[in-house]
Design a protein around this ligand. Structure first.
Ligand SMILES: NC(=O)c1ccc[n+]([C@@H]2O[C@H](COP(=O)([O-])OP(=O)(O)OC[C@H]3O[C@@H](n4cnc5c(N)ncnc54)[C@H](O)[C@@H]3O)[C@@H](O)[C@H]2O)c1
Length: 284
């Protein structure tokens, strides 16, 4: 049942209506109108029902997170619904769900399109979160300054043509994912400059292994190595979407009013285990 939803409200836009995205949206949606975007009609329907049954005001839209026009239309619709207070970007595919090209297009280029599109519609004091991954800290070798600068500042439309994103470098889906997630952490710095001109903030969160359908696909494919990585982490366990949402709620709130263009690693200490030698990372 919905009550008194006629007056103009602030809007919250979520692209990628999956587990983490919904956990975050639920924390910031009260008294606002939520625009859910996803490529999957089934996910959208389930997500909208979940919010509606809790009394939230919701609208849904099929959006392809790898397509610039689709993302622009999504941002325009969000702005029509109301002043855009929060943007949450959780659309993504993991290495075991997609080929390298798809991962670069969706997880890297698509998120850059979204940062651009929402950078044009955010309200003053608005804020956003882009979900990256702990894998952004798992590059076999650090990127050169030149490559980092290119991934940070190249116009989104030209990203796919960068030499560092060609098939001789992006040799498989695992590499594509690691590079895409590192690029998210970098890209948010440029976005912070653009969003800052509107008085809005944007950050990334890099989750560790969090139990969601996407993580189950990784579990099924990765097996023992994945299990060992989790056991070796400082917290010796996987995370829950609510633990990511708690961090997101803080970054989206006014308590984080001086935090923008940065990444928060929320991984239960997996990277700590790798950097202290407690776990030996092998990337295939
Ligand atoms: N679950 C983890 O362990 C984990 C860890 C680190 C980072 N992440 C990242 O978190 C984000 C959210 O993942 P999740 O675990 O909540 O998974 P999820 O599968 O629950 O959600 C992902 C959502 O993205 C949607 N999506 C896929 N392709 C899309 C497209 N082209 N356009 C629009 N939407 C699309 C899916 O339909 C799904 O609803 C992803 O970017 C993922 O890479 C996940």
């Amino acid at each position: 049942m919905q009550f008194n939803f006629n007056e103009k409200r602030e809007a919250v836009a979520l692209l990628g209506a999956g587990s983490m995205g919904m956990a975050i949206a639920e924390r910031v949606a009260a008294n606002r109108i939520v625009l859910l975007g996803d490529i999957s009609e089934k996910s959208l329907k389930a997500a909208a029902e979940r919010l509606q049954f809790s009394g939230y005001a919701v609208e849904t839209m099929i959006v392809d997170g790898g397509d610039q026009e689709s993302i622009r239309a999504f941002a325009r619709r969000a702005a029509e619904l109301g002043p855009v207070k929060h943007y949450i970007h959780t659309a993504g595919a993991s290495p075991n769900q997609a080929n390298p090209q798809h991962i670069i297009k969706l997880d890297l280029v698509g998120s850059a399109y979204a940062l651009d599109a929402f950078g044009e519609v955010m309200m003053r004091d608005g804020s956003g979160i882009l979900i990256s991954s702990q894998t952004g800290y798992m590059l076999p070798e650090p990127m050169t300054n030149e490559v980092e600068l290119a991934l940070t500042t190249t116009p989104a439309e030209k990203l796919e043509a960068l030499p560092c994103l060609q098939p001789d470098v992006i040799i498989n889906s695992g590499v594509a994912y690691v590079v895409a997630k590192r690029a998210n952490q970098l890209r948010v710095r440029k976005a912070a400059m653009d969003w800052g001109r509107r008085g809005a903030r944007i950050n990334t969160i890099s989750p560790g292994v969090v139990v969601t359908p996407l993580a189950y696909d990784e579990f099924r494919a990765a097996g023992e190595g994945y299990q060992k990585m989790i056991e070796s982490s400082a917290m010796h366990r996987v995370g829950n979407p609510a633990e990511i949402a708690a961090a997101a709620e803080f970054l989206l709130s006014d308590k984080a009013s001086f935090i923008t263009g940065t990444d928060l690693l929320v991984d239960g200490g997996t990277i700590a285990a790798i950097k202290t030698g407690a776990y030996q990372l092998t990337l295939s």
